[in-house]
Design a protein around this ligand. Structure first.
Ligand code: NDP
Length: 285
């Protein structure tokens, strides 16, 4: 079987065409969507992620406001910056780049963001709304995965979906979205016994762990749809995912490559959430 490599970059470009149109309409009535991106410290990975998000905003006409703070910023000061941005009517979305330094309570910081501006969809109100089937903002990576599946016309209803990884930002929310779309969902974590017995059953296998090549050809069902969320640096120092692409090729039906699969769609969905937030702000006026 020939495996289709899903082009997430091309799909993200289609999303941007639609967003540009929506932004044009907003600008015609005097509104320019605004995203505030907060970066604490100088982690090079975080700097790259933030730069990519800011660049993507600029390309499509979203105003991005990047705020950089020193690694040793005190928690109360960081919270005050968030409260200020909550009140700033030119800002429709607030994103705090994770991870934060250890002396800062990440949960407290995420909860400080007004849930109407929580475009990452991480705070408890948005997690609850997603869980109960009325999402205000879907977390960007799961949202992007659902768009990929939709664009490829993958049948979710009645399928066996196996999620490897159970984080609050990827594993749990994608499990909820798949369940709501009618899949029978299994969520695996680091304590799961006999991982292969689960992954082998999957019509749709979504892997978000952070271990290069942890899923190989012997662990999948022929024809399965494989969504690789992992971003790792391989032994050759190149970026790679959690799925060993050469070994699953010609067994899987579809796979998202790393890079060029889920990653570009995650950023596209962040900007989608920001534009949606700006559109909602008109209705709230
Ligand atoms: P976390 O570290 O928060 O979670 C990892 C999950 O994997 C945990 O639930 C953990 O289990 C589980 N796990 C660890 N080892 C195993 C194992 N051997 N078998 C089964 N499950 C295991 O990671 P994130 O969800 O934040 O990120 C996962 C990966 O996705 C990373 O590589 C990250 O860089 C990438 N990522 C990519 C994005 C993109 O845009 N493409 C966006 C976000 C993340 P337990 O709960 O028991 O600890």
């Amino acid at each position: 079987m020939e495996t289709k490599i899903i082009d997430g970059l091309a799909l993200s470009k289609q999303v941007y065409v639609d967003l540009k149109n929506r932004i044009r309409k907003l600008k015609n009535i005097g509104i320019t969507p605004g995203l505030a991106v907060i970066l604490v410290g100088e982690s090079s990975a975080s700097q790259i992620y933030v730069r990519n998000k800011v660049k993507a905003c600029e390309k499509i006409g979203i105003i991005s406001k990047q705020e950089n703070y020193q690694e040793n910023i005190v928690e109360s000061e960081l919270l005050n910056h968030i409260y200020r941005l909550n009140k700033d009517t030119s800002i429709n979305g607030i994103l705090v780049q994770l991870p934060l330094p250890k002396h800062i309570d990440t949960h407290k910081v995420i909860e400080a963001i007004d849930h109407n501006k929580d475009v990452d969809g991480f705070n408890v109100i948005n997690a609850g709304l997603l869980m109960t089937g009325n999402p205000l903002f879907c977390p960007c990576t799961p949202y992007g995965i659902m768009q990929i599946l939709k664009n490829e016309n993958i049948n979710i209803r009645g399928s066996e979906a196996v999620i490897v990884g159970a984080s609050n930002i990827v594993g749990k929310p994608i499990a909820m979205l798949m369940l709501q779309a009618g899949a029978t969902v299994t969520i695996c974590n680091s304590k799961t016994k006999d991982l292969k017995s689960h992954t082998k059953r999957a019509d749709i296998l979504i892997v978000a762990v952070g271990k290069p090549g942890m899923i190989n050809g012997s662990m999948i069902k022929p024809g399965a749809v494989l969504i690789d969320v992992g971003i790792n640096r391989g032994l050759d120092n190149k970026i790679c995912g959690d799925i060993d692409l050469p070994s699953v090729k010609d067994i899987a039906g579809y796979i998202t490559p790393v890079p060029g699969g889920v990653g570009p769609m995650t950023i596209a969905m962040l900007l989608t959430n920001t534009v949606e937030s700006a559109e909602r702000s008109i209705k709230d006026q």
